[in-house]
Design a protein around this ligand. Structure first.
Ligand code: COA
Ligand code: AMP
Length: 636
């Protein structure tokens, strides 16, 4: 392994702390501005100040036009590799630009203009990337909704974002099944009190759908007409502080939070990260194996690589089963990928199928330099296995939908720091990360506490929640004054390495997907036979965690427990979506509570995970925990 001990990290990080404005002004030179910032950081704007105030810019111009103008017209911008569809589609920067110009022109004909919202509810197809960039081109704010969410989740997002237009597709592809998107879209629009004026639907050959007359248009027809007529939309100048997108993420209730991303800070931070953090050079092939519905997909399938002039891979498949555990290595070798970014869960799945790395050795991985992991804690055994099998650095890094890019990582471009298993390493420039107690006082090295980030947050992080400044303040800036609350808990060691151990709220992480157990409890409680319930995340060898629901049924319910438990499992799938991976509902006589009525979720989790637990001093009736132990036996 090639670990440089002469990393520039210390010097670069210190400069970002001592002179943040100077640091980010220098990074901003990598971006093409229409008008430079009046103030690099305006502390009087927004909830904690705003970056690049007064600057005018266009995100799409920086992703496409400037590369076409400066010699990358014939370089691939996107390689779409779909083992599920059996296709590989390649688009150069100039071809991508042409697609985006045409779709943006179509959107303008539909009456879309700067500041309007569009929802993109699409599978992993090249058109999704075209749609996101077309929005950015004309200053329209996109909100991508993950395809594994059910109609009700989509409806909540339609209600909140109030889109004029929705882009969708006839279907998505999952191993062994075609997921019809159109019925979900129709249900969501029915459920929502806000109705989009139009929908543009991509018909996929695997399963076409019937278009709703008066509302839906066929994507391919609109595209063909626009191309034939030579339609093309120019880039619309926007403020650096204008919103580029809204991405909804799980909050502590069923009501998701609309994280806002602006144009200027996002451009600067992501461009900076591509070389300095990921060590990727313009022209190289980069692969982020996430989904466009998640923040990781936004930042590193779509925007980051294109701001940088790299080639991005979009993969419609799984790490295993499409067709085998060599799928990732086939893609890396076929497309000459230099760095891959995925979630540890994918590696746990590969390791289970291919423990000796036989598939790995079937492919030429000579171009492959680094593996990056994020989305959940990279557990040391998985990291250790990946290092031994791949013989390249395996870099864990920690971030959140809210930050949009890495909070703590190991900057390969600046010179890799020694890896400590279980730690995402050190804070990135602009992030002062502290571990504090309940009174917001920093704790000693090695002591667990709440992880917080000193305000202001660096460029790229959320300025607010969509039209909910107050909720944003309450959720992030109130509990620890002067700080952003990450809702993650952990510690720093003597070397300043950060260890992120888990959430302090009700969020669980299922296969790298962030889900709210509170949201699931709302669904369970809506079942007519359920009197009380608790959902908690329990250990899973592949997905890290999976949800488990405990139910107390109403008195007098005559149907069998098994019947009701099955209905509960279907209800979560129907209301939240298959992505919740909710397969375990267990009926119990009562739930363990404190004397003040709080359900002892932490203790139930320990019992379910087979960990040591102690009787909580505040428990109302100690016998309940015995009953829970009996109910869980053989089920978890
Ligand atoms: N549209 C519709 N359904 C979807 C979907 C989508 N876009 N994405 C996932 N689903 C469905 C799956 O088909 C599955 O349904 P099932 O219950 O009928 O099997 C369910 O949602 C759970 O999906 P997933 O979490 O992907 O589990 P899996 O068992 O299919 O695969 C892994 C497990 C580990 C291989 C897979 O989770 C994986 O590759 N994860 C990578 C992690 C990742 O991308 N994280 C993003 C943040 S970096
Ligand atoms: P999301 O907003 O969906 O990206 O999820 C963010 C959450 O995932 C964080 O708050 C963490 O709880 C968890 N997470 C992401 N990356 C890591 C990591 N490298 N180590 C530990 N936890 C992580």
């Amino acid at each position: 392994m090639n670990i440089q001990i002469n990393s520039r990290y210390d010097e670069v990080y210190a400069r970002s702390m001592a002179d943040p404005e100077g640091f980010w002004a220098e990074a901003a030179r990598e971006i093409d501005w229409i008008k430079p910032a009046e103030k690099i950081f305006d502390r009087d704007m927004g909830l904690y100040g705003r970056w690049f105030a007064g600057a005018i810019v266009n995100t799409c111009y920086n992703a496409l036009d400037r590369h076409v103008a400066r010699g990358r017209a014939d370089q691939l911008a996107l390689i779409h590799d779909s083992p599920l569809a059996g296709t590989v589609i390649r688009l150069t920067y100039s071809e991508m630009l042409r697609e985006v110009q045409a779709l943006a022109a179509v959107m303008q004909e539909f009456g879309l203009a700067k500041g309007d919202r569009v929802i993109i509810y699409m599978p992993m197809v090249p058109e999704a990337m075209v749609a996101m960039l077309a929005c950015a081109r004309i200053g329209v704010v996109h909100s991508v909704v993950f395809g594994g969410f059910a109609a009700r989740e989509l409806a909540t997002r339609i209600e909140d974002a109030k889109p004029k237009l929705i882009f969708s597709a006839s279907c998505g592809l999952e191993p062994g099944r075609v997921v019809q998107y159109k019925p979900l879209l129709d249900d969501a629009i029915n459920l929502s009190s806000v109705k989009p004026e139009s929908c543009i639907i991509l018909q996929r050959p695997q399963q076409e759908c019937e278009l709703t007359s008066g509302r839906d248009s066929d994507w391919a027809e609109l595209r063909a007409k626009a191309m034939a007529a030579g339609k093309s939309a120019d880039c619309v100048p926007v403020l650096a502080t204008d919103p580029l997108y809204i991405l909804y993420t799980s909050g502590t209730t069923g009501q998701p939070k609309g994280v806002v991303r602006d144009n200027g800070g996002h451009l600067v931070a992501l461009k900076w990260s591509m070389f300095n953090l990921y060590g990727v050079k313009p022209g190289e092939v980069w692969w982020c194996g996430s989904d466009i519905g998640w923040v990781v997909g936004h930042s590193y399938i779509i925007y980051g690589p294109l701001f940088h002039g790299a080639t991005s891979i979009m993969y419609e498949g799984k790490p295993i089963g499409t067709p085998d555990a060599g799928a990732f290595w086939r893609v890396v070798s076929e497309h000459k990928v230099v760095a891959l970014f995925t979630a540890p869960t994918a590696f746990r799945a590969i390791r289970k199928e291919d423990p000796d790395g036989k598939f790995i050795r079937q492919y030429d991985l000579s171009k492959f330099r680094t593996l990056f992991l994020a989305g959940e804690r990279a557990d040391p055994p998985t990291v250790d296995w990946a290092e031994r099998q791949l013989q390249v650095p395996v870099i864990d890094h920690w971030w959140q939908t809210e930050t949009g890019w890495c909070i703590a990582g190991n900057p390969v471009g600046l010179g890799q720091l020694p890896v400590k298993h279980g730690s995402p390493t050190v804070p990135m420039p602009g992030y002062q990360v502290d571990v504090v107690d309940e009174a917001a006082r920093p704790v000693a090295a090695g002591t667990m506490g709440s992880i917080v980030i000193k305000l202001p947050l660096p460029p790229g992080c959320l300025p607010t929640l969509w039209q909910q400044d107050e909720r944003c303040k309450q959720a992030y800036f109130t509990e620890f004054p002067g700080y952003y609350k990450t809702s993650d808990a952990g510690y720093k060691d003597e070397d300043g390495y950060i260890f992120v151990m888990g959430r302090t709220d009700d969020i669980i992480n299922v296969a790298g997907h962030r889900l709210s157990t509170g949201g699931m409890e709302e669904i369970l409680a809506s079942h007519p036979d359920v009197a009380e319930c608790a959902v908690l995340g329990i250990k899973d060898a592949i997905k890290g965690e999976v949800p488990c629901g405990l139910l107390v049924l109403k008195a007098g319910v005559s149907r069998t427990h098994i019947e009701i438990e099955k209905e509960i499992v279907s209800l979560v799938r129907e209301k939240l979506g298959p992505v919740a991976a909710f397969k375990l509902a267990i009926t119990v006589g009562r739930l363990p509570k404190t004397r003040s009525g709080k359900i002892l979720r932490g203790t139930i989790k320990k019992i379910a995970d087979g960990e040591q637990w102690t009787m909580p001093a505040t428990i109302e009736d100690p016998k309940v925990l015995e009953e829970i132990g009996t109910a869980l036996k053989g089920r978890v």
